[in-house]
Design a binder for this molecule. Structure first.
Ligand code: NDP
Ligand code: MG
Length: 374
């Protein structure tokens, strides 16, 4: 039995992870869950899963939670639990760069991390890598593309067989449109993703293709690749989740329906392959798999991600944090679609990358950006 923590348990990924726990009760002992503001959902989780601890990350919600009838012990500072030998594995499914601290704490506490929170790696890739070098903890990707790559790489002999990866992208809800049409799109429309039902922030990231830029940076850190070795192709059906290039020219892929349950099932059971109740892909259900190039003119979000990782140092922190700030405004209908990537481009142009970054300098830079742009 794995002693498990689920951070961001009230969200889209957290909920799907709890489905896996429900289906495999003998494999997991759920010790800790976290949520930010959704107390109603936390109460349901408390009742259904009986975790030992519930970490409420928002201070106001924590104070309110204290007045409610939880059977779990409520904690306000859960990172200590990641460091105390209580867990074998933690799923980090928080949204945004708030996830960096728990990712680092878990690694320092020798706890394996199943990582959905890509913002951790984008902002703190170098810091996380350093922490991993000093730890026995493993980082197991959950993002579907990176899970696909990770799955393809299992069983390869030691040494660098991997020469590159091809990340697939659905193209998002505005694929095929011209910029004049995309310009006026409101959050309500951007939230309607054709293939995936996801949290609000990542849904907007998918519409701008910033999500793919974040994933390029995530792939760099997870698989130790240069930006040139990371390609992106639009694949509207989202059946091929990504591909790897090996040094003998072989290209391997992982296929499945667009459903985060499989990457979660795999990451939570890793390194084992367990039976699952999911439906295996069949060519009877989909007429054809198609591929297109990314339209960089309509969707500058991906190119900015490549620029950020090529500049290195603190530039990905700027890319990520300006995006977080602008996406929150777009979700409140305060700005228009292209204000997101225009502001990222402007802020990156005025930023001189600092290096090396430690945890505190990352947080300082983020605070400066928030002060100015929020
Ligand atoms: P959701 O918005 O659905 O859930 C986010 C979770 O994080 C909730 O539990 C929320 O709590 C919590 N949270 C919100 N703000 C904070 C904060 N400041 N500090 C700590 N916790 C916070 O997001 P998703 O589940 O869609 O995404 C989670 C992560 O997984 C993201 O990094 C995303 O990029 C990544 N991901 C998601 C995929 C998907 O299919 N959804 C696919 C691949 C990656 P509460 O609800 O209680 O306020
Ligand atoms: Mg993804």
């Amino acid at each position: 039995m794995k002693r498990l923590g689920i951070l961001g348990a009230t969200g889209s990924i957290g909920t799907q992870a709890l489905d896996i726990i429900r289906q495999h009760p003998k494999d997991f002992d759920l010790i800790l869950v976290s949520g930010h503001r959704n107390l109603k959902r936390l109460l349901q989780i408390d009742e259904a899963f009986r975790p030992q601890y519930i970490w409420i990350t928002d201070p106001e919600a924590y104070a309110h939670g204290k007045t409610m009838n939880f059977s779990a012990r409520l904690v306000q500072e859960g990172t200590d639990l990641l460091d105390a030998g209580e867990l074998d594995l933690v799923l980090n499914a928080m949204v945004g760069s708030a996830g960096l601290h728990p990712t680092l704490k878990a690694i320092e506490g020798q706890v394996d991390v199943a990582l959905a929170n890509k913002e951790s790696l984008v902002t703190g890739g170098a810091v996380i890598q350093k922490a991993l070098e000093k730890s026995t903890a493993r980082l197991i990707p959950v993002d579907s593309e990176h899970s696909a790559i990770f799955q393809c790489l299992q069983g390869l002999e030691e040494g660098r067989a991997l020469t590159g990866v091809i990340l697939t992208a659905s193209g998002g809800p505005f694929r095929g449109m011209k910029s004049a049409e995309v310009r006026g799109k409101k959050a309500k429309e951007a939230l309607k993703h054709p293939n995936w039902a996801m949290g609000r922030k990542i849904s907007i990231d998918s519409a701008t293709l910033v999500n793919k830029g974040l994933e390029v940076i995530e792939a760099k850190w997870l698989f130790d690749l240069s930006p040139e070795a990371i390609e992106v192709v639009v694949h509207p059906q989202s059946i091929i989740h990504s591909l790897v290039r090996l040094k003998d020219t072989a290209v391997l892929a992982q296929l499945g329906y667009p459903d985060m349950h499989l990457p979660l099932h795999y990451a939570l059971h890793y390194p084992e392959r367990r039976e699952s109740r999911l439906e295996s892909f069949s060519f009877d259900t989909i007429a054809s798999l198609t591929f297109e190039r990314v339209d960089d003119e309509v969707f500058p979000g991906l190119g900015l991600g490549y620029q950020a990782i090529s500049a290195g140092g603190s530039m990905p922190v700027v890319y990520n944090m300006v995006n977080e700030i602008m996406v929150a405004k777009y979700l409140r209908d305060e700005i228009s679609f292209y204000d997101i990537t225009d502001t990222i481009a402007r802020e990156m142009a005025r930023h001189t990358p600092e290096t090396p970054m430690d945890y505190f300098s990352i947080r300082e830079l983020e605070a400066r950006l928030k002060n100015r742009l929020e």
